[in-house]
Ligand binder design. Structure first.
Ligand SMILES: [Zn+2]
Length: 89
């Protein structure tokens, strides 16, 4: 089992084709039971597709930089420990 943080790291690696086969398997397994990371992975894939699509239409350098920044700024999913308990007033 891997943590959400680790899953997010592998997810990012997958986008740049840097993840190993074992890492991809671990990520897939994690996505089976973790909805938070599943949503994050989906969003990441969409951004990646957008980037590929953009490359096909040969963007200007400025637009490419903007897209790269968008991918970099993609937030990590919140870890379960970050979710605070509802306070009883
Ligand atoms: Zn997770």
């Amino acid at each position: 089992m891997i943590s959400c943080d680790k899953a997010a790291t592998i997810c990012n690696k997958v986008q740049y084709n840097e993840a190993s086969f074992l890492e991809k398997m671990k990520l897939r397994l994690h996505l089976l039971y973790c909805k938070t990371c599943k949503g994050f992975s989906k969003k990441n894939t969409e951004l990646s597709k957008l980037c590929e699509k953009a490359n096909l239409h040969s963007l200007t350098e400025q637009e490419k930089i903007a897209l790269k920044k968008q991918l970099k700024d993609n937030p990590k999913p919140p870890s379960p420990t970050d979710i605070s308990q509802p306070t009883i007033e």
